[in-house]
Ligand binder design. Structure first.
Ligand SMILES: [Cu+2]
Length: 95
């Protein structure tokens, strides 16, 4: 059905704050970690330390965070990030 086919392309965007991303290798690692079924485009923004994940809506932010933690990065939903405070965590950068 056309309606069902269309639903596949309705993407949800989840923005996560990720600690410890500092170099282009981090972008690769984060992108690889988020290569989960159902995930579409992943945009890593080093400037803001955020990752924008487009997915089909079946993936919870908890699942994305778990995947990032497995890759060695602390992550949290961007909306629960205490704005303005500096990252206090350990440096996890691979570089
Ligand atoms: Cu790095």
């Amino acid at each position: 059905m056309a309606e069902r086919a269309l639903r596949r392309w309705v993407m949800t965007k989840t923005v996560l704050k990720v600690e410890g991303m500092t170099c282009s290798s981090c972008i690769e690692h984060v992108s690889e970690a988020l290569a989960i079924e159902g995930v579409g485009h992943v945009e890593v923004k080093l400037d803001s330390g955020t990752v924008e994940v487009e997915h089909d809506g079946s993936i919870s932010s908890g699942r994305l965070i778990a995947a990032l933690q497995q890759a060695g990065y602390e992550a949290m939903p961007a909306e629960s990030w205490p704005g303005g405070s500096r990252v206090t965590g350990k440096v996890t950068c691979c570089g």
